[in-house]
Design a protein around this ligand. Structure first.
Ligand SMILES: [Zn+2]
Length: 64
């Protein structure tokens, strides 16, 4: 399992989340997530690289 490092869009704390498995996931994937530091909700989006072998993620605030 791969970890993606993300930055909370509200408090800008860095945190890691487990990336979805490449094999059985249809990308892009969106997850609702509550920040462990500031408890604000965010949307995490996982994308697959063009080569199809690397997952990257980013977080954005809801309503942006
Ligand atoms: Zn936060």
């Amino acid at each position: 399992m791969e970890l993606c490092e993300l930055v909370c869009p509200t408090c800008f704390e860095r945190f890691e989340v487990a990336a979805p498995d490449v094999g059985d996931t249809v990308f892009p994937v969106e997850h609702d997530y509550d920040c462990a530091v500031c408890c604000r909700p965010m949307l995490i989006v996982f994308e697959i690289s063009f080569e199809g072998d690397e997952v990257s993620g980013f977080a954005r605030g809801l309503g942006e």
